[in-house]
Design a protein around this ligand. Structure first.
Ligand SMILES: Cc1cc2nc3c(=O)[nH]c(=O)nc-3n(C[C@H](O)[C@H](O)[C@H](O)COP(=O)(O)OP(=O)(O)OC[C@H]3O[C@@H](n4cnc5c(N)ncnc54)[C@H](O)[C@@H]3O)c2cc1C
Length: 401
C-alpha cells in the first residue's frame, strides 16, 4: 500500500498532535497531514504518564516565553480546539486546569538563583513572588520552614491539568481539520542523498504500507533517537525512567501548590490525594524502557524527605504508583527543535526531558512555522536548534525538575 501526504508526523502524543493542529489550522497551509501512532491507547507514552503541570519558573528566557504561551493556550482552549460538536452541545472544553502555582524552595545557597530567575520571569510578564520564611510560614502553616531561606511562588499562570484530556481535545480538533491518524509504527525512513545533503522521501510502516511526504516530524518522545537513526542521524536523547507515587494524607493540607523542595523532590495535590517524585542522580539514571516502579525510591528517599518538609506527611499512605519515561536530552535537557544539517526535511522536537507537555502549544506552533515559512514567526526558538548539539553548546536551564 502506497500513499502520499504533505506532512508525516511520527508519533501522535502531545507534541505530534500539537504540531498537526497548528499546521492544519493555519490559513497558509493547504496540504495534508498524517500522524502515525503505534499505540493509540496511549498507555505508555510520556504525555499520559506525566505529572501534567505547567510553570513559568524557568531560568531561560525562551522556556519562560514558551510557558507563557502555554498557559494562555490552556486558559483559552475554546478559541483553539472547539469543534462543531462541542459548540452544538454548548460544551466548554475542560482539562481540569488547577491554577494553584508552583512553589520553588531554596536554602541560603539557592537564593541568588531564585532572585535572578525572578527578575527575568517578572520582566517577561510572569506572575511570580519571592517569599521569605515568615511569609512562607504564614501562607503555608503546614510547612517546615526552618532550613529555608526563600520561596518562589507562582501567583497565577502555573498549575496542573489532565494531560489525557488535552491530548484527546487536540485529536478531536485535528480530525475535524482533516488530519489523518494511522495506527501503525514507522520502522524505516527512505533517504535520498545528493552532494552531501539528504532528504527523506518515504516512511515505511510495520504493516508494510509506505507513505511518501515532503516533510517529516519526529515526535516519537522517548523513542526519538531510534527514529533519528532510521535517517542516519545520531540524536543524543535517551529514555530515562521517572516514577510517580500517589499518597494519601489524613491531615488537611490547605492551599497546596506544586512544591519543589530543596532536595529536588516535588509533591502536589491530585484530587483528594497527592503525587510526588524525584529525579535520580545522573550516575544512578540509566537508559530504561521498562515500566517497573522503583518502590525503594518512595520508602527510602521520598517519604523521609517529604516528612521533613511537611510534618503531617509522617503518617501518609502510598495508594498508587506508576513509571513513565523522560526523553532525556544528554546535552542540556531542553528540546532539540528543527532539522539536522544532513537532512533538510526531517524536523525534530525531542529531548524535552521533564517539561515537554507544557511546551506542546509553543513547540507545535514553532514546528508549523518552520515548515510553512522556513523560520520562526511568533517566538524565536532558534537557541534550541540542532547545531548546538553538534557544537556541544548547551542551553543552560537551571530549573530542570
Ligand atoms: C513522570 C513524568 C512526569 C512529567 N511531568 C511533566 C510535567 O509536569 N510537565 C511537563 O510539561 N512535562 C512533564 N513531563 C514530560 C512530558 O510528559 C513530555 O515531555 C511530553 O509528554 C512529550 O510528549 P511527546 O509527544 O514528545 O512524547 P510521547 O507522549 O511519549 O508521545 C510519543 C508518541 O510517539 C509514539 N511513537 C514512538 N515511536 C514511534 C514510531 N516509530 N512510529 C509511530 N509512533 C511512534 C509513541 O507511541 C508515543 O505515543 C513528564 C514526563 C514524565 C515521564
Amino acid at each position: 500500500m502506497r500513499s502520499t501526504s504533505d506532512v508525516v508526523v511520527i508519533g501522535g502524543g502531545i507534541i505530534g498532535s500539537a504540531a498537526a493542529y497548528f499546521l492544519a489550522s493555519s490559513p497558509d497551509f493547504n496540504g495534508t497531514v498524517t500522524v502515525v501512532e503505534k499505540d493509540s491507547s496511549y498507555q505508555k507514552c510520556s504525555t499520559t504518564l506525566s505529572a501534567a503541570s505547567i510553570r513559568q519558573q524557568f531560568s531561560t528566557r525562551e522556556n519562560i516565553e514558551i510557558s507563557l504561551f502555554g498557559i494562555q493556550f490552556l486558559k483559552n482552549l475554546d478559541s483553539y480546539l472547539d469543534t462543531a460538536e462541542s459548540l452544538a452541545n454548548n460544551n466548554q472544553l475542560d482539562i481540569g486546569l488547577q491554577e494553584k502555582g508552583y512553589l520553588l524552595l531554596a536554602s541560603e545557597a539557592g537564593t541568588d538563583v531564585l532572585q535572578r530567575n525572578n527578575r527575568l520571569q517578572t520582566e517577561l510578564g510572569a506572575d511570580i513572588s519571592l517569599l521569605p520564611p515568615p511569609a512562607l510560614k504564614e501562607r503555608f502553616p503546614w510547612m517546615n520552614c526552618e532550613d529555608l531561606a526563600l520561596g518562589s511562588l507562582g501567583n497565577s499562570g502555573e498549575g496542573w491539568f489532565d494531560a489525557y484530556s488535552l491530548l484527546q481535545l487536540f485529536k478531536a480538533k485535528n480530525k475535524t481539520l482533516g488530519v489523518s491518524y494511522i495506527n501503525d509504527e514507522v520502522i524505516g525512513l527512505k533517504t535520498e542523498r545528493q552532494n552531501g545533503s539528504g532528504q527523506i522521501t518515504d516512511a515505511e510502516l510495520k504493516s508494510g504500507s509506505i507513505i511518501s511526504a515532503k516533510y517529516f516530524i519526529n515526535a516519537a518522545g522517548p523513542a526519538a533517537a531510534s527514529v533519528a537513526s532510521m535517517a542516519g542521524i545520531d540524536l543524543p536523547v535517551e529514555s530515562r525512567k521517572r516514577c510517580v507515587f500517589v499518597f494519601n494524607c489524613r491531615e488537611e493540607i490547605t492551599h497546596c501548590p506544586l512544591v519543589v523542595d530543596i532536595s529536588g523532590a516535588y509533591f502536589r495535590p491530585e484530587g483528594h490525594n497527592f503525587i510526588c517524585g524525584i529525579s535520580p542522580q545522573e550516575e544512578n539514571d540509566p537508559v530504561s524502557t521498562d515500566f517497573d516502579v522503583d518502590h525503594s525510591l518512595f520508602e527510602e528517599v521520598l517519604w523521609p524527605t517529604l516528612a521533613h518538609r511537611v510534618p503531617a506527611f509522617e503518617s501518609i499512605k502510598q495508594v498508587n504508583a506508576w513509571a513513565g519515561h523522560y526523553a532525556y536530552n544528554l546535552l542540556d535537557q531542553n528540546v532539540i527543535l528543527g532539522t539536522a544539517p544532513q537532512i533538510n526535511n526531517l524536523f525534530f522536537a525531542n529531548g524535552f526531558s521533564g517539561h515537554g507537555l507544557q511546551q506542546a502549544p509553543a513547540v507545535g506552533r514553532a514546528l508549523s512555522e518552520l515548515i510553512l515559512y522556513d523560520g520562526f514567526r511568533k517566538l524565536d526558538l532558534s537557541v534550541f536548534n540542532f547545531e548546538r548539539i553538534l557544537q556541544k553548546k548547551p542551553v543552560k536551564e537551571l530549573n530542570v525538575i
